[in-house]
Design a protein around this ligand. Structure first.
Ligand code: CDP
Ligand code: MG
Length: 737
């Protein structure tokens, strides 16, 4: 049907999409058509309606203000812009006026800090300017790092377009498990994590003439580490040019760190953005976001797309579905509404959709994570809806527990979000929180990731680079001492470091894998347990970071029984392996995926990741061996993840063995009902509680075998694997976000 954007439905998956819930729809249709009449009238006639919209009354008033003439004019010029050729777009960007000055500045200075608002053309243009100015002569490359994969891929695609070449030739990108570059590549976009890995093979970055550390203000862990590394090599490679670019106002800080490097400012073009707050806090920001989107769509003239900031893929998909249902219910009564998701793991075939111009007589609603704050620029946005949250990882050094939390954003982020509405004309930003909350509850700046995350990975990497003294590493902001110590202890327990803190042979092999130390260790342990085939499959499935199964509302029963068909009494890891193996038996068929309610896209990615891992096994000289013995497989898993072991205690609760931290079986786990005594899990996800995601049953005696230097026999007493009385009383609510 017309209101469903075609990219949502993949070929033969169409018939599996959820059908409608008639009763609910009728009500919504009624509400929405009243909205169409004008919200004020509707409020007079329909009290329930008022309830729903009460808190947004200020929004409605804001939306009913007729657009000024200037507004209209801006809209026209924007429409004009859509028709511009690539060359014209390039010339229209704010950086263009500074092209010569920029090239001159790079010639003159080794390190340059660039500051310019999002969308001014830093990422796409600056590397091109340098390429055009001859910085790639002599076979050198220009590199540009991005904190996020989607940004690296989409920007590379855009630049390939501008250059007029095929992606992967002169212009390419490299992200974890995916290298889209070739010998020919001169402009290389990559994630910051990939550049960090490149240091392992090329510690002086010899193949690059220019390195641009982009989105520096994001202060991701990898970017922060890169600062210290590139500052160091700049000293003994005077021919290497360094660009540190940032969208916000922390250029001074970067300049100070890089020995007072000059700051090159690109003046922004920003139109006024009106900001609206809710009168009272929103109980359900997703619902509030939906209502606001519909209000904007029904009351505001076209063009003018909407950008909604959400915390993750799940929320994005929920909202996408809800918006499609609503606009489908309204049918031809409204202009077409096109919801488009943007998040870090977005499959590449869906990415291009974001940047396509909005069709005439339709409105895009971009549903994005904070990736759209600065990393990805989408043209044509006039309205921003900001619920004020984002997902952030945090690490509790004392309990060693790491998880993703939904947290309130900082004032800086909030203003950055609002600014996205004013790129091409005056805009409006709807904050789904109160002005009081903004002033009193939001921090000024976000905390850099390095100060709130597990450093195991990075410490292993730095040790592999021969950087021994981590305490005196040149950090822009140092991590807490405690976190460094924990990372060293964990790597020691994994066997990656010896008691003097030096890298062991095992550690060196582990560092070859672009995975967390636990996963790398699991993969290497598969050699001993002769099950590398199975372990790389499991590692690949775990690394996809996307849902394996889907569960269309109209077919929940079928979907669930299909899912249960893969279950293994040994646990979720073996279940994931079963899914992959069955798919492989079907000759990687898409039809098989559809029939089994398995996400074909996730599986394709798993296959790619697996291929890469198999290649890496060869590098560390581990033979591919297969075993059907799930005990061996689970021992290899435990060899990597022995920190993540919980034991069911007599009160019926799972507690981690070392720190007695309470954890809960995830409701999607195949062991949710089983509750075995000892379990190893992949990770904790915190929603309403700390849930163990992907868990498998183990025996406590294995812990002494795989981690004798970490566990003491005493901690593992009561090693009977008898089942405990069921731990119940979890309400469905506990399982919500
Ligand atoms: O890096 P910065 O935020 O300064 O800007 P940019 O990413 O270089 O984007 C400059 C312009 O390129 C945007 O305003 C878009 O018009 C366009 N662009 C695009 O069309 N597709 C992309 N994937 C990225 C940028
Ligand atoms: Mg950029």
């Amino acid at each position: 049907s017309k209101t469903i954007p075609s990219q949502y439905i993949e070929d033969d998956e169409e018939d599996l999409r959820p059908g409608g819930d008639g009763a609910k729809w009728e009500e919504e249709q009624l509400m929405a058509s009243m909205l169409h009449l004008g919200a004020k009238d509707a409020r007079k006639n329909e009290p329930e309606f008022e309830l729903l919209l009460d808190e947004q009354i200020d929004f409605i008033q804001a939306l009913q203000m007729p657009g000024t003439n200037e507004d209209e004019k801006e809209k026209e010029t924007e429409a004009e812009k859509r028709k511009m050729s690539i060359a014209e777009v390039r010339r229209s960007l704010p950086v263009y006026a500074f092209r010569e000055a920029f090239i001159e500045a790079v010639r003159e200075h080794q390190v340059l800090i660039i500051e310019g608002e999002t969308g001014s053309g830093k990422t796409t243009q600056l590397p091109q300017y340098l390429y055009e100015a001859g910085f790639c002569e002599g076979g050198k490359r220009i590199g540009c790092t991005q904190p996020r994969r989607v940004a690296a891929m989409s920007v590379a695609a855009r630049v390939a377009d501008e250059v007029g070449c095929k992606l992967g030739t002169q212009v390419g990108y490299s992200i974890r498990f995916e290298d889209c570059t070739s010998e020919k590549t001169v402009l290389k976009y990559m994630t910051d994590g990939m550049l960090l890995r490149e240091f392992l093979n090329e510690p002086d970055l010899a193949s690059y003439s220019v390195m641009m550390i982009d989105e520096a203000h994001e202060r991701t862990l990898h970017t922060d580490i890169l600062f210290g590394l590139v500052k160091d090599i700049a000293r003994f490679r005077p021919d290497l040019k360094l660009l540190i670019s940032s969208a916000t106002l922390d250029a001074e800080k970067f300049s100070g760190f890089f020995d007072d490097a000059p700051i090159f400012r690109i003046p922004g073009r920003r139109f006024p953005v009106d900001i609206y707050y809710t009168q009272a806090p929103e109980a359900d920001y997703l619902d509030a976001a939906i209502v606001t989107v519909m209000q904007i769509h029904l009351t505001q003239p076209l063009p003018g797309d909407i950008l909604v900031f959400l915390t993750g893929q799940e929320e994005i998909e929920t909202l996408q579905e809800a918006l499609m249902e609503r606009s489908k219910a309204l049918g031809s009564k409204i202009k077409e509404l096109i919801p488009l998701p943007v998040y870090a793991n977005l499959p590449s075939d869906l990415q291009a959709k974001i940047f396509e111009p909005t069709p005439k007589d339709a409105r895009k609603v971009v549903l994005a994570t904070n990736i759209a704050e600065t990393s990805v620029t989408i043209d044509g946005i006039s309205y921003v809806i900001d619920p004020g949250f984002s997902k952030q990882n945090s690490f509790d050094a004392r309990s060693g527990v790491e998880h993703l939390h939904v947290v309130t954003i900082s004032k800086a982020a909030s203003n950055q979000r609002a600014g996205r509405a004013g790129r091409t004309g005056p805009g409006k930003c709807f904050r789904l929180y109160t002005a009081w909350a903004f002033n009193n509850e939001l921090e000024d700046q976000p905390i850099p990731e390095i100060q709130r995350t597990n450093l195991g990975n990075v410490v292993l990497m730095l040790k592999s680079l021969g950087i021994h003294d981590l305490v005196h590493f040149d950090f822009l902001d140092p991590p807490p001492q405690e976190t460094l110590v924990i990372a060293l202890e964990q790597l020691y327990a994994l066997g990656a470091l010896n008691h003097r803190g030096e890298l062991t042979k095992l550690g060196r092999r582990m560092a070859e894998f672009p995975c967390d130390p636990c996963m790398s260790k699991m993969i290497i342990a598969s050699e001993k347990y002769e099950c590398s085939e199975e372990i790389v499959t499991i590692a690949a499935m775990l690394s996809c970071n996307a849902a394996v199964f889907y569960r269309p509302k109209a077919q929940v029963i079928h979907a669930d029984s299909a899912r249960k068909g893969f279950w293994s009494p040994a646990g979720d890891h073996i279940t994931l392996m079963n899914v992959y193996n069955k798919w492989q038996e079907s000759n990687f068929s898409q039809r098989w995926c559809v029939e089994n309610y398995v996400q074909h896209r996730t599986m394709k990615r798993a296959r790619d990741v697996r291929d890469q891992l198999v290649g890496l096994l060869e590098r560390v000289e581990i033979e591919l061996k297969s075993s059907t013995d799930t005990i061996k497989i689970r021992k290899a898993i435990t060899a990597g993840y022995f920190y993540n072991v919980s034991k069911l205690d007599n009160s019926g609760l799972y507690k981690t063995v070392k720190h007695k931290h309470t954890t809960y079986p995830h409701p999607n786990s195949c062991l949710f009902e089983e509750t075995p005594r000892w379990v190893v899990y992949y990770e904790l996800v915190f929603t309403s509680k700390e849930f163990m995601r992907e868990m498998s049953e183990i025996e406590s005696s294995w812990l002494l075998e795989v981690a004798p230097h970490y566990y003491k026999g005493r901690e593992l007493e009561d090693s009977t694997n008898k089942k405990m009385p069921k731990q119940r009383g979890k309400s469905a609510k506990d399982l919500e976000r």
